[in-house]
Design a binder for this molecule. Structure first.
Ligand SMILES: [Fe+2]
Ligand SMILES: [Fe+2]
Length: 175
């Protein structure tokens, strides 16, 4: 009983959500690297580079959709009602989630284009590189704001009982 209480006392919004960000930051570095290879190697190693890109895009779709849903369903509404001054920041973050979903969908459509006969590969490579670079910038700046501002403010400004309620809600929704 004592141990459980200790463990839940040491939990923070930051440590729970930052886990997903950390892994995503690492994968964004890999993504940026393979986009550079795609650009400089062009049609050489195209199959290999596209395979890596497809794998990372699948990761972003799968993992980040879950993470963003958790923020949208639990964290954001909770913070909006308990720390109203965060409202403008949360609106911006929500619109970035939508931008991410749309951009990722467009990128997946472009990747499908490679399977169609008669497409200009050089043009497609250029398009993928542009869309990918945009995704990297968008996600990096989005996660930086959440990591450095939102999660820390939540830990610092919520009353311990409110924080506990929020963490319980997040854990219930995740299971
Ligand atoms: Fe987010
Ligand atoms: Fe996040």
């Amino acid at each position: 009983m004592h141990l459980v209480a200790e463990r839940s006392k040491s939990k923070s919004i930051f440590t729970i959500l930052e886990k997903d960000h950390k892994k995503t930051f690492q994968n964004l570095d890999l993504f940026y690297e393979v986009l550079r290879k795609l650009r400089f190697e062009g049609k050489q190693n195209l199959g290999k580079n596209l395979k890596e890109i497809r794998g990372l895009v699948a990761y972003f779709k799968r993992e980040l959709n879950g993470h963003m849903k958790e923020e949208e369903k639990t964290l954001f509404p909770f913070l909006q009602s308990y720390i109203p001054r965060l409202e403008p920041m949360i609106c911006l973050l929500l619109s970035e989630h939508q931008d991410f979903r749309n951009s990722l969908r467009e990128m997946r459509l472009s990747l499908l284009e490679f399977n169609k006969a008669g497409r200009d590969k050089t043009e497609l490579i250029h398009k993928i590189e542009e869309q990918g670079t945009y995704l990297v910038c968008l996600l990096r700046s989005h996660m930086q704001v959440e990591t450095q501002s939102l999660y820390r403010v939540a830990d610092k400004e919520l009353h311990p009982s409110e924080k506990k309620r929020l963490i319980d809600q997040m854990e219930r929704n995740a299971s």
